[in-house]
Design a protein around this ligand. Sequence first.
Ligand code: RTP
Ligand code: MG
Length: 140
Amino acid sequence: MAVTRTFSIIKPDATRRNLTGAVTKMLEEAGLRVVASKRIRMSRGQAEGFYAVHKERPFYNDLCSFMTSGPVVVQVLEGEDAVKRNRDVMGATNPAEAAEGTIRKAYAESIEANSVHGSDSEDNAKIEIEFFFKPEEIVG
Ligand code: RTP
Ligand code: MG
């Protein structure tokens, strides 16, 4: 299996509860390496652009408000089959459906405040990484 990259966000519900380290530890223990990381406050424009694929969904406005409600930590993760590996350790979107041992089972508060984002394909990972990082900010 090839070493690939994915994009992750530790969401405001997790940074608010001081869970940046705990979430990162679970990512690392799942075989992912943090090759870029920064704590930012997302602007409304960034959130709307990042989630543009969800523009027609009923939760879009609330989601953009939530993602700008506090600091987030954006990360590039590297590992074998990184997109799937990350999705597996994140768990289901709705924490009520998330499996034992996943980040969302351990920490998510609700379907919206679900602690982490992870790219859903390698193509989207590339787009999302470029949305937040310059090439020189990523150190593999
Ligand atoms: P993500 O994109 O954050 O990794 O999560 P995901 O693929 O599991 O979920 P997705 O369907 O892409 O939805 C993006 C984010 O929108 C929020 N959401 N709220 N209120 C709702 O019904 C609802 N559904 C989704 C969540 O924060 C979700 O992660
Ligand atoms: Mg998604």
